[in-house]
Design a protein around this ligand. Structure first.
Ligand SMILES: Cc1ncc(COP(=O)(O)O)c(C=O)c1O
Length: 401
């Protein structure tokens, strides 16, 4: 069962959502809190750097900051937001390998002293703009593409032999080459990918001319989509075993970090959308097209290539905690813009009750990550989808009204 359906806040969440115009995303902050605590307890010796890009909502960021998280920051705009929230620069990595010289200088001027890198040119930019900083090198992995719903290799990282050269260059340029990072791909379903990655990293450590003091395992832990994934606890058991296998000596073991995004926030979010129109395109009564007020450009971009398939509930189903036993048939789900790319699911056929009506709401579960932060600014004039965090005192406020 999707975790939010078990949340004790579900009925308050739905009642709060009823007061808001669609489309919107609502976050159950307690679920974020519980997930963060569970993660820390399962990965006891791994430092957590929340990947802000997954959900940069200030309330979410403030919440994880209060719980003690550090931060993986992708741009000066995220940095400004974090600084604005009073988060110390020592708690941040500039984790994007693609950076302008001016942006590196900006991070440095704000006190961020740890940078990801994966090529000579970027390394030299860091050496000039952020002298003496710590750098970690992102490893390009083989293989994790096929088993991640949202792969992140190819574009990032470099081969082990390039890393060895970069380590020497960093030293010569007065930087501190202190770590190695990798990312096995987001929503990685194959836990063995961490085995392969950590083995490759341990080889780099053995060859390195300087001791490697940090291993940053990136993200990749899963959320609960239609094709469910193993629980985080199972991932933790395996990954902790791999760490012990490849770095058996606790005395010399480097420090470990991780940068969870999706797994921390996705399950806490529900994207609520209204059906605008239901249409059939010929008299043969073929499959229904269900047009929604949320689509690829305002929250559902990870439906590109139908990569992420969310659990979708009708209003009736979610409010009555049932799977409707009404007759159902296949639908195509599409968004509101005048762009024919704005179709979420066409190959994979969701089924919906035959009596589905325009004006009712659909609930996309586990949509707390990579939804609002990916939405277009104003494509076709539609504003970016808004995120609301369930206020703690919501019930009380309603009674007062
Ligand atoms: C450098 C880096 N770290 C961490 C993450 C978060 O990954 P995930 O959402 O799979 O946890 C990303 C995602 O794009 C990333 O680019």
């Amino acid at each position: 069962m999707n975790p939010i359906l078990k949340s004790k806040n579900l009925s308050r969440l739905l009642a709060f959502s009823d007061t808001l115009p669609t489309p919107h995303i609502i976050i159950d902050p307690e679920m974020v809190k519980n997930e963060f605590k569970a993660l820390c307890s399962k990965f006891k010796s791994t430092k957590v750097f929340y990947a802000v890009k997954a959900n940069p909502n200030p309330e979410v960021v403030r919440l994880v900051a209060k719980l003690g998280s550090n931060f993986d920051v992708a741009s000066r705009y995220e940095l400004d937001m974090l600084i604005g929230l009073g988060i110390e620069p020592e708690r941040m990595f500039y984790g994007n390998t693609i950076k302008k010289a001016a942006d590196i200088a900006y991070f440095y001027s704000k006190g961020v002293k740890t940078f990801a890198t994966d090529c000579h040119e970027d390394l030299m930019k860091i050496a000039h703009q952020a002298p003496g900083s710590r750098v970690y090198f992102r490893l390009l992995l083989d293989g994790p593409e096929n088993t991640a719903d949202w792969p992140l290799s190819r574009k990032f990282g470099c081969r082990a032999e390039v890393i060895q050269t970069l380590i020497c260059e960093a030293q010569e340029a007065g930087l501190d080459p202190f770590g190695i990072s990798f990312h096995v791909g987001s929503q990685q379903r194959d836990i063995e990918q961490w085995d392969l990655a950590l083995r490759a990293v341990s080889e780099i450590c053995k060859e390195s001319p300087v001791p490697i003091r940090l291993i940053n395992m990136g993200g990749g832990l899963p959320a609960h989509y239609l094709q469910d994934a193993k629980p985080m606890a199972t991932y933790a058991v395996h990954i902790n075993n791999y760490i012990e296998k490849y770095f058996p000596d606790p005395e010399t073991r480097p420090e470990f970090a991780m940068e969870p995004g999706r797994s921390l926030v996705a399950d806490s979010g529900v994207l609520v959308s209204e059906i605008i129109t239901i249409a059939t395109k010929s008299v043969e009564g073929e499959v229904r097209w269900v047009f929604l007020d949320a689509g690829k450009f305002n929250g559902l971009i990870e439906t590109l290539d139908e990569s992420v398939k969310y659990v979708i509930k009708t209003e009736h189903e979610i409010k009555n905690a049932i799977v409707s036993d009404e007759p159902r048939s296949e639908v195509i789900l599409a968004g509101p813009t005048c762009d024919s790319m704005d179709i979420m699911y066409q190959d994979y056929k969701y089924t919906m009750p035959d009596d589905l009506e325009s004006g009712t709401r659909l609930y996309f579960l586990s949509t707390g990550a990579y939804t609002s932060s990916y939405a277009s600014v104003c494509f076709n004039g539609f504003p970016p989808i808004k995120t609301y965090v369930l206020p703690q005192n919501f019930e009380a406020r309603r009674i007062q009204k």
